[in-house]
Design a protein around this ligand. Sequence first.
Ligand SMILES: [Mn+2]
Length: 296
Amino acid sequence: MTQQVKIIGIPMDLGQNRRGVDMGPSVLRLAGLQARLERLGLSVVDHGNVPVPIAEEAAVEGTERRIKAVAEVCQAVYEFGRKCAAHRDFALFLGGDHSISIGTVAAAAQDEKIGLLWIDAHADFNTPESSPSGNIHGMPVAALIGEGAPELVNVGYPGAKLRPSQVVMIGIRDLDTIERQRLSSSGIHVFTMRHIDEFGMASVARQALDRLRHVSRIHVSLDMDSLDPDEAPGVGTPVPGGLSYREAHLLMEMLSDSKRVQSCDIVEINPILDNVNHSAELAVELVASLLGQRIL
Ligand SMILES: [Mn+2]
């Protein structure tokens, strides 16, 4: 059976400061995403973009209004995700900033107990109270386990979408002070860059899948800043010391082997800092590995 892949773009950059990650869907398409996946024998339909207000619109001035705007976009993202889930299609969400995952994960988690694999330099585990910057793209994981602004927590349907035991993080290397305390007492399992350095990606990927053995399906949320900036310079918030080219591919290949991934976000690509669209091209290759591309 050929599984259908449904693509949707969410050109959102409603963090405090404009960075350029709203151009992500466009540069991923420019990098040949659909054709790349079709070459794997997949049936792929691109459903265009979700309408998103731009940061300069008066309607999104101030943190409160911005939270409301992000919640509205995430609601539309959630509704698209529900259609994919109803047809058992593979849902591929192109960000945009990482706050889109409040909608993508809400959709994936509604019918069954899923696991969330958060691949990121950051934990995105702030609440409006704990965040030094107020950036909403630093809050989605907190919102998904039911903490933070009610508008974000209640996207799709009221309340928490996941328990902490359903969340595993990989690639983490940059935490805010209060966020670190919140994360270490949360019950979320975190594989930092140090774990990858010490044990290698093969071991970390196996352990991550083992941590999620109690769930049927896995949603992969790939923040491109998880990669080292030498590999992916075009991201919203670059942090040194990230995943190598092969570490990232190996993780995607092992996730593909698990046959448990049903949906994926690719977020935080910022073409302004990129080197002739290299980061988007790398993201397309990583999606191909996740969806079954093999070296041999
Ligand atoms: Mn992130």
